[in-house]
Design a protein around this ligand. Structure first.
Ligand SMILES: [Zn+2]
Length: 280
């Protein structure tokens, strides 16, 4: 069932985080929702902005919304990382329940202006907004080794949230999208200050490749939403390679899709277990 973004975050069990998983196709969406149903937890389906920018973007957005609405798990579809108000407007029209208005590469005042505008447009559609302050390095859609970008300043983050009215803030504390060039190291004191000083739930992007102990420590400090993408793509592609000979031999497409869905659901189940392991 569809649940508003803010409700999904605020109603999460204490000591847990909501998982947000990128879905490039319906196989992934079905896998994520099936895992959330079996874990009896809410979930967010992320729509990559490159996917949405493609010719079939509106169709994929609509398909994810229908899949989320039909699920027994509380779910919300979110347009991920976009600095394009036109795309944000189109995604809201396509029925997404949240957008990420990413002005992290802009100067502070322009980031505030972008996010304020997005918050106004989203509110008119009954949707929520996530923003980013500081800068998370790396690429969202393909794995390239990255080192951390500019870290989020706690005092600036508190002011940013108050100025914009945003529902959730992505922070940079040593996390990167894609793959870590070196062993990930988080700035725990910074995360503690951010969680203590910022009035809305914080999100952690770039969780693929981060040891579970670091994830659970982040949640214990107050991280409320965790984005996962790379590990799902890796599982999907490994399952595709493995299932391909049998699928090709029988021109058996549904067997291939089932292998992909099962592989992604397995990763999502494990992630949801970690994200809820400290729940009261
Ligand atoms: Zn991200």
């Amino acid at each position: 069932m569809l649940m508003p973004f803010r409700d999904l975050l605020e109603r999460r069990r204490a000591g847990s985080a909501i998982g947000a998983f990128t879905c490039y196709d319906l196989e992934q969406a079905v896998a994520v929702l099936r895992a959330a149903e079996s874990a009896e937890t809410g979930v967010i389906l992320l729509l990559a902005s490159r996917s949405f920018g493609g010719e079939e973007g509106d169709v994929l957005a609509g398909a994810l919304v229908v899949a989320a609405a039909r699920s027994a798990a509380p779910a919300c579809v979110q347009l991920d990382h976009s600095s394009d108000l036109g795309a944000i407007e189109r995604a809201l029209a396509a029925g997404v329940g949240a957008v990420m208005a990413d002005g992290s590469k802009l100067p502070y005042a322009e980031n505030v202006a972008l996010v304020r505008d997005a918050v106004e447009r989203a509110a008119a559609a009954g949707a929520g907004v996530e923003a980013e302050l500081g800068s998370i390095a790396g690429d969202e859609d393909f794995a390239v080794a990255a080192t951390a970008g500019a870290f989020t300043d706690p005092a600036e983050a508190a002011a940013f949230v108050a100025e914009t009215g945003v529902d959730c803030l992505a922070v940079s504390i040593g996390n990167v999208h894609g793959a870590y060039r070196e062993r990930p190291v988080f700035d725990w004191d910074r995360l503690r200050a951010l969680c203590d000083g910022v009035a809305v739930p914080l999100s952690l992007h770039g969780s693929s490749g981060v040891p579970d102990a670091m994830i659970t420590r982040s949640i214990a400090l107050g991280i409320g939403k965790i984005n996962v993408n790379t590990e799902l793509r890796e599982a999907y592609l490994a399952a595709t390679v493995e299932a391909l000979p049998v699928a090709v031999a029988g021109a058996w497409l549904s067997a291939l899709h089932r292998a992909q869905t099962d592989a992604v659901a397995g990763v999502v189940c494990a992630k949801l277990r970690t994200f809820t392991s400290g729940a009261a």
